[in-house]
Design a binder for this molecule. Structure first.
Ligand code: ADP
Ligand code: K
Ligand code: ZN
Length: 430
């Protein structure tokens, strides 16, 4: 097998040797930022503190609040003239954090994204349609530069304008596309509504990422758009996309361990979880020069998949992101993740591609309401039929999340749709 980057094929020994060397360089570089200099001084940390990969645990963690406190550029470790780009997190949870990149940071980021695309079969002769928002959000320019680096004709089509997306796909023979999962579902439904079939599209590969989605949602996307869909994980604090990516096995995402040092810890104690257990993903940048980040607490919950991947790559895989620690809903004392709800909804053939979870408080009691669109062909005027379906969904949900939500079936295309990350949970309490 030919790799885009030789590092893809490294042995564990080669990976770990590079990690130790790069972590030492990163500690030295990070110490140029006051926040790290102070923390390292207090804890007596120097590059020599790092002798093995495990020594990363001697280092302090960095939180989103730490980054916010360093706004707008107090964590930079190079002079301003060497910074050539900035991005900001989309601010899904609170005010944004800003990331600064040198040219060498941008180059290694593009290489990582190109490596991901190549891994799933994208090649220079393919046309790549990037259907995510550009701007401060890293998903747009991140995939754009990666696809160009690989050599694809890269179309910055952005999100929205569904008819034009299909037109571009057909006219330019788009083989690979990057689409946020909720928009991919919407697009698939729109194709069906227009009376077209997946065979009418030239698509072969879809990259979905940037927000949590279930295996069931992936299968729908694949069926609706007639292409293989690969999960892509990233976050602006670690460049953006290109951190972890599914290979053609479609089981877990390889984290590029030559560029990032991942840990999975118990979010309360910060101790490593047992092999293969779910915890919070923490990552350290290993190649960044403009703004290295040490042990960033992603708040994302996942686990390492422990067996070796049949594809032969030895960069460890993480499982589909369960959600952010902040996404967890506590209703009537029960912990629920929105993805548990999505998984159940997508099991129902009658159910369409859009849904929203609403939290309400009635007489001091929290209530969970799930509004879900029904496919046009299943919509009937007969209330009894719809109520029957609502009951069926509610009882399946109850067996999954242990409380019975109110399920409300609504007509196709009646729920708000997002062009960027979908807002799946609306909290109407208070
Ligand atoms: P924000 O934190 O404001 O959303 P980012 O655009 O940096 O800003 O988003 C990164 C976050 O998006 C990740 O921490 C994770 O929660 C989520 N995310 C990105 N890719 C995926 C994915 N493939 N699956 C699940 N969640 C993802
Ligand atoms: K090309
Ligand atoms: Zn693999």
């Amino acid at each position: 097998m030919i790799y885009f980057d030789p590092a893809e094929g490294w042995s564990r020994e080669e990976i770990e040797q590079a990690q130790v060397a790069r972590l030492r360089t990163t500690v030295a570089q990070a110490a140029k930022a006051p926040i790290y200099r102070e923390r390292f001084d207090e804890m007596g940390i120097t590059p020599d503190s790092i002798q093995s990969v495990e020594d990363v645990r001697k280092l302090p963690v960095t939180t989103k609040d730490d980054l916010r406190a360093q706004y707008p550029d107090k964590m930079n470790t190079v002079p301003r003239k060497d910074i050539v780009r900035m991005h900001a997190s989309s601010g899904t949870t609170g005010s944004p954090t800003v990331i600064h990149y040198t040219q060498s940071d941008l180059d290694s980021w593009s290489d990582l994204v190109a490596r991901c695309l190549h891994m799933v079969g994208v090649r220079p002769e393919h046309v790549f349609q990037n259907m995510t928002g550009y701007g401060l959000f890293t998903g747009g320019l991140g995939l754009h530069y990666g696809a160009e680096r690989l050599g694809c004709l890269t179309m910055p089509s952005g999100p929205g304008n569904t008819k034009r997306q299909f037109m571009l796909m057909k006219d330019f023979n788009t083989y690979a596309a990057h689409i946020i999962p909720s928009y991919a579902l919407y697009l698939g439904a729109a194709l069906r509504d227009m009376g077209m079939s997946p065979e009418d599209l030239p698509l072969g590969i879809i990259i979905t990422g940037a927000e949590p989605h279930t295996e069931e949602a992936r299968q729908r996307i694949e069926e609706l758009l007639g292409a293989k869909a690969y999960n892509s994980y990233g976050l602006s604090e670690m460049n953006g996309p290109g951190v972890a990516f599914e290979c053609t096995e479609q089981y877990g995402m390889h984290i590029w361990e030559d560029a990032f040092l991942p840990e999975i810890v118990n979010p309360e104690t910060l101790e490593p979880v047992a092999e293969g257990e779910v915890g919070e993903l923490i990552m350290t940048t290993l190649c960044r020069t403009g703004m290295p980040i040490i042990r960033y607490r992603t708040r994302d919950l996942t686990r390492f998949i422990t067996d070796e991947c049949p594809c032969g790559r030895l960069h460890r895989r993480i499982d589909r992101i369960l959600g952010r620690a902040d996404d967890m809903l506590i209703i009537k004392g029960v912990n629920i993740y929105p993805m548990q709800i999505e998984r159940v909804l997508m099991e129902f053939d009658e159910v369409g591609e859009n849904y929203v979870i609403e939290l309400e408080r009635e007489n001091f009691i929290d209530q969970l309401r799930v509004k879900v669109e029904i496919k046009d062909e299943h919509f009937v005027e007969d209330m009894r039929v719809l109520q029957g379906l609502q009951r069926k969904i509610a009882s399946r949900l109850c067996s999954e999340i242990l409380i019975t939500p109110r399920v409300e079936i609504v007509q196709h295309n009646s729920l708000p749709k997002a062009e960027g990350k979908a807002q799946r949970v609306v909290d109407k309490r208070e």
